[in-house]
Design a protein around this ligand. Structure first.
Ligand code: 6PG
Length: 253
């Protein structure tokens, strides 16, 4: 892994605009390089304005392939659905071919069966696009991630079995007993690019631990994100506070 880059923006609005510009560049580079772009979306609240900004772009939508890094175990029309949020903010506003949008299955009543189903869906989607890595994983062009106040990412929560899954692409996450369907750290770490977008003062305590030399990965699972490609952290000043983050660049829009 190359060293992570850390960009600090003055506020959330500037953060979202900067993330939008970086994301459009990455999407365009991927398409120029190999004719398509595979994207894994983050859930939660932070990315919604980013998705709304992407809906306003003029991109070759038929060359994008959409996946979700994690999903709550609810139908897509449920208010907690990550897919529902992204469809409303972005995907229903642009002509991405329907068979390029891979919504996580959550209707089986058995999260382990749904996780296997999603892994099968991803394998079928990537088969015509690219050979798998030597370890048997695909390489996403870009995976967006958020970070919870507890240092989780995707649905890789502290001290859960999902953190130990190294062979599978998709596993079952556990948020206080609530099942989630999530990318494994192994799948995330095969990505060409990973972009973490986090904002707000509530992220600061976890950030201090994530970038400390002594914290345990199991306590702050986003520490497991060490992609073979690039890792960029996009943060607002509130999330960073007075933390001294390694080689962080303060960006003035
Ligand atoms: C989810 C997310 C999760 C999220 C973080 C941060 O399904 O909730 O994928 O990992 O990214 O909890 O959430 P916020 O962006 O709302 O702070």
């Amino acid at each position: 892994m190359t060293e992570p880059t850390i960009s600090i923006l003055p506020d959330k609005t500037a953060l979202v605009q900067y993330a939008l510009g970086r994301s459009v560049d990455i999407i365009q580079q991927a398409i120029a390089d190999h004719g398509y772009c595979t994207l894994a979306l983050a859930g939660g609240s932070t990315p919604k304005p980013l998705y709304e900004g992407l809906a306003q772009q003029d991109l070759p939508w038929d060359k994008l392939y959409i996946f979700w890094g994690d999903e709550r175990y609810v139908p897509v029309d449920h208010p907690d659905s990550n897919a529902g949020m992204a469809k409303q903010a972005w995907l229903d506003q642009v002509p991405i071919p329907a068979d390029h949008i891979h919504i996580t299955p959550t209707a089986e009543g058995d999260p382990a069966q749904s996780a296997q189903g999603y892994e099968d869906m991803l394998k079928a989607a990537f088969a015509p696009l690219q050979p798998l890595s030597g370890a048997g994983f695909p390489r996403f062009d870009l995976i967006w991630l958020g970070m919870g106040d507890d240092g989780h990412t995707a649905s890789l929560f502290p001290h859960t079995a999902a953190l130990e899954e190294a062979e599978r692409w998709i596993t079952v996450g556990d948020k206080d007993g609530e099942p989630r369907i999530t990318f494994t750290a192994s799948l995330i770490n095969h990505s060409r690019r990973v972009m973490v977008v986090a904002a707000g003062a509530s992220k600061q305590p976890a950030l201090a631990q994530v970038f400390s030399a002594t914290a345990a990965d199991a306590d702050y699972p986003i520490r497991l994100v060490r992609p073979t490609g690039t890792l960029e952290w996009l943060l607002d000043a509130e999330a960073v506070g007075n933390l001294a983050l390694p080689d962080a660049q303060r960006i003035t829009p």
